[in-house]
Design a protein around this ligand. Sequence first.
Ligand code: SF4
Length: 327
Amino acid sequence: MIAEENSEQIEEQNIKIPVGISSCLLGEKVRYDGGHKNNSYVGKTLGQYFDLQAFCPELDIGLGMPRKPIRLSRKGSDVIRCIPVDNPELDFTDALAKSANEKKQWHSNLCGYILKKDSPSCGMERVKIWDDVMPIREGVGIYAGKMMENFPYLPVEEEGRLGDAVLRENFIQRVFIMRRWYQLKEQGMTLNDLLNFHARHKLIVMSHNQNRNRELGQLLAAARKDNVLEVAEEYLLKLMRALKIPATRGNHVNTLQHIQGYLKKPLGADDKLELTETVEKYRLGQLPLIVPITLLNHFFRKHPDEYIANSWYMNPYPEEMSLQNHI
Ligand code: SF4
């Protein structure tokens, strides 16, 4: 069983995961001024694992290049429109929302989306909204907003935030989980598959939020063979909402200590002490997460446990991504 899981993980590492991306981040010269915003970390590093599928909504709706810049503007108290800077009579709001709707089929096959920050079309959050006085950073790009409304569970992140180790790890982890979810759906999800999926991700959810873990457990307790697809849909949404909030060091410590409990019997006093000290150093910020995880994996190789071996917490994405070395 454990050998099977290892080969499954190796196989997963070799398949590139479909992820959408704002075209300008891949170096395509599609910006209003004819330039790009190439992000080499995304293109070169994430591109080794993700099949990055580029799209520029402004080109899609027929705005030429170069073109006049557009921006979000408040009309009345609540209405936000996307208009050219130099011509408030033109309005691209509906066209950008339509572009997102027309891409629903494509979006439904993606495991994540990387967006260009600050863009009135692609920005995920804190996009400037202009009114008569000063711009306020509380807008969402029109295309991005519609896509997130259509697919509220889709892992979405901005390139600027990927520079933060915790947010980067959080996004990439969600992309891998989304991928595993689609694989399960492709093969036809049974009640047993759904319960097994949750069991294998339980420790990951625990590291994010223990209460959400309980809620997901309660939801699944109501799942039956005849309602499994509806429950699965609700489960995915709740799971992705829970995982969107980055795991804290404190919650990781609780999770690591919980896992440590599975080694209570087989480990000798010296090994137990080493593990406890390592988790404590992680708690104090003296060691990154990879160290207690590596030590735990080392002990579980000697004293295998099926539940832990099957848990994605111990091996959530390819090791070479080195994400746990920085959190
Ligand atoms: S619309 Fe999006 S993809 Fe196109 S240039 Fe602007 S930020 Fe980049």
